[in-house]
Design a protein around this ligand. Structure first.
Ligand SMILES: [Zn+2]
Length: 125
């Protein structure tokens, strides 16, 4: 009989709160909208293209969406493994990382126009 009566008042920690710097860029072009959360995608570098139209979506939104579709075990999580692929993994990277399932998400050939434009911009730097 172990009664762990530790007071576990699960208060939401402030750690997860992101600081929102309200930078006022004068951006003429508007940001594309994330098809998952409908908010603007400001960082295309970390965006993932989703859907038939290959719209850029937030990385975090995609992770969340995949996690909801997969039935994750208690120690499993979704991790990005590159080339538009995600995986259901458990364990720790570099130690005992276990890939249970690979989820091809972003078709290599179906990258949207936004991604092409982005890589063009990067090359011109
Ligand atoms: Zn989003």
């Amino acid at each position: 009989m172990s009664e762990n009566q530790e007071s576990d008042n699960s208060r939401p920690s402030l750690q997860g709160r992101r600081r929102n710097n309200n930078r006022r860029y004068r951006q003429k072009r508007s940001f594309p909208e994330c098809p998952i959360c409908n908010q603007s995608v400001k960082f295309l570098l970390t965006a993932i293209s989703v859907g038939e139209e290959n719209k850029p979506a937030h990385f975090d939104c995609v992770i969340k969406m995949i996690a909801e579709k997969q039935s994750l075990g208690p120690r499993e999580k979704i991790s990005y493994i590159g080339n538009g692929n995600f995986a259901v993994v458990s364990g720790k990277p570099g130690k005992d990382l276990n890939i249970r399932k690979i989820i091809e998400f972003e078709g290599r050939e179906s990258t949207g126009e936004w991604r092409k434009r982005l890589s063009r911009n990067l090359k011109n730097r």
